[in-house]
Design a protein around this ligand. Structure first.
Ligand code: FAD
Length: 449
């Protein structure tokens, strides 16, 4: 989830944005969560939900010995323990286990079962909620507009490619089109439909229906991995889920953070530590193994949770199957680079005693070496922000109710609407946004029909 401050920043964009302040977001986070902690105390209950569809569970199996060593190293360093990053504060470290799964797996399947088995009579006037038709392998090409009302940009359906042919699907009377293609593809679909920056659209021969900064404000948590070799047979199995997050305040001068930093109430770095085992067949890890021979080890990945640099994306062509050009602009701002350097140094000394053998980098790197290493090894997992929810005068693409400016019947509901990136992982915030959006959709329907 990240810190409350980010959501309060979302809400500070205008009085009507209050529905996105921390209290309202917390209500939505709790509504989607199905936390399985046994005997939760009152403080825990304040921050967690137990009747939603998004499964959240505590570690069942404990952590590897090798990771306990890492926890000890963190303790020795003075980093506070925190058994709930989604609670009151985020700084500290913790461990978790279990399998990760997508929202499709943990939420959508159960949600579909729920509407089929128990259609809500309250919404009878909305028609048959049970008529949910999920089409797999259907690639949306663009939005279909009502050509009789050209000036109003009324969305009436989508054009999509499925089973070798282009098909069209139209909304029910009084319905709306809701885009949820994610932070890369929702902006792409909007641009292919004539909503976006004039210059980029025109250079790709797309008629501009509404000029908006679609694709700008590309935000992410850049992450950079270092790998350490463990003693033979220290790790018996690969575990996809087992990892330790150490959230701390980075040092913007590239120095190793001091003890006080770890208690800072606005921690800006999350460090993921995952074990890997010689027998594990992940293509990315295979690369490391080919290069550095086979070994068991530990991979540590600091993520900048509150980066300063901002990227953008734009259409590469008007071909809906060609991905847009993406410019992350990671480390464009020097404070980001130095925060990453300080975090990697922390990882290095944190596990130095445990392992001693570094595989991806030497021990005696200066800041210039770190810069080269970081800029060539950064990856991203949490893209968002490219269909920004903000007033139109503040580079917004959708309003506080997630409706696209200058259009009718068109909403965007996914991570692309985040105006500022949450300072934690983005999956739960996306589910939170979707829950709130479902309320807004029903409210708007009831108000206007
Ligand atoms: C490798 C990886 C690991 C991650 N790990 C974590 C994690 O551990 N914890 C966490 O909190 N977050 C994690 N995230 C981030 C999290 O998955 C995303 O923030 C979240 O899924 C965003 O949801 P979304 O609905 O915006 O987009 P998505 O989940 O990307 O959903 C968009 C959907 O739209 C579909 N789509 C796109 N274009 C079209 C089109 N033209 N036609 C039809 N369908 C289309 C896509 O196939 C996709 O199913 C991870 C992300 C990645 C990539």
């Amino acid at each position: 989830r990240g810190q409350a401050k980010v959501y309060n920043d979302w809400a500070a964009q205008g009085s009507e944005y209050k529905i996105w302040d921390w209290d309202n977001c917390l209500e939505a986070f709790k509504a989607v969560e199905k936390n399985s902690r046994k005997e939760p105390n009152e403080k825990f209950k304040k921050f967690h939900g137990f009747n939603g569809l998004l499964h959240v569970e505590d570690s069942q199996n404990g952590v590897y010995e090798i990771e306990s060593g890492l926890i000890d190293a963190a303790k020795n360093f003075g980093i506070p323990y925190n058994d709930d990053f989604n609670g009151e504060r985020q700084n500290g470290f913790t461990a978790k286990d279990g399998r990760r799964c997508s929202l499709a797996e943990s939420y959508l399947k159960d949600a579909l079962k729920k509407v089929e088995l128990h259609p809500d009579p309250k919404y009878d006037s909305l028609g048959k909620v049970v008529a949910v038709d999920v089409k797999s392998f259907a690639h949306v090409i663009n939005i279909i507009w009502d050509e009789k009302n050209k000036k109003e940009n009324i969305a009436i359906g989508v054009r999509y490619f499925c089973n070798g042919t282009v098909r069209e699907s139209f909304i029910a009377p009084k319905g709306e089109v809701i885009l949820c293609g994610g932070a890369i593809n929702s902006p792409q679909i909007l641009m292919l439909s004539g909503i976006g920056p004039k210059e980029n659209l025109e250079s790709n021969n797309i008629k501009v229906r509404k000029e908006l900064p679609v694709g700008r404000n590309l935000l992410d948590h850049p992450g950079c991995a270092i790998v350490a070799k463990s003693t033979p047979n220290a790790i018996h199995d690969w575990s996809n889920g087992c990892e330790i997050g150490i959230i701390h305040k980075a040092n913007v001068e590239g120095k190793i953070p001091c003890k006080d930093d770890f208690f800072n109430e606005s921690p800006d770095i999350q460090i993921i530590a995952a074990t890997y085992h010689d027998g594990f067949l992940d293509p990315a890890i295979e690369l490391y193994k080919k290069k550095y021979n086979k070994f068991d080890g530990l991979i540590m990945v600091p993520l900048l949770n509150i980066p300063s640099s901002v990227g953008y994306l734009e259409l590469n062509s008007n071909n809906p199957f060609e991905q847009p050009k993406i410019y992350f602009n990671f480390y464009e701002r020097p404070d980001d680079l130095y925060r990453m350097i300080s975090s990697l140094k922390l990882c290095q000394i944190g596990i130095n005693d445990e392992f001693g053998q570094w595989c991806t980098n030497g021990k005696d790197m200066n800041d210039e070496d770190w810069e080269k290493f970081i800029t060539s090894k950064t990856s991203s997992l949490h893209s968002c922000g490219t269909v920004k929810m903000a007033p139109e005068s503040q580079e917004g693409v959708v309003n506080h109710r997630l409706q696209v400016y200058g259009t009718k019947n068109l909403r965007v509901v996914d991570a692309s609407i985040f105006p500022y990136i949450p300072s934690g992982n983005t999956n739960a915030p996306t589910a939170m946004v979707a829950w709130r959006a479902s309320r807004l959709i029903v409210e708007d329907y009831m108000r206007t029909h």
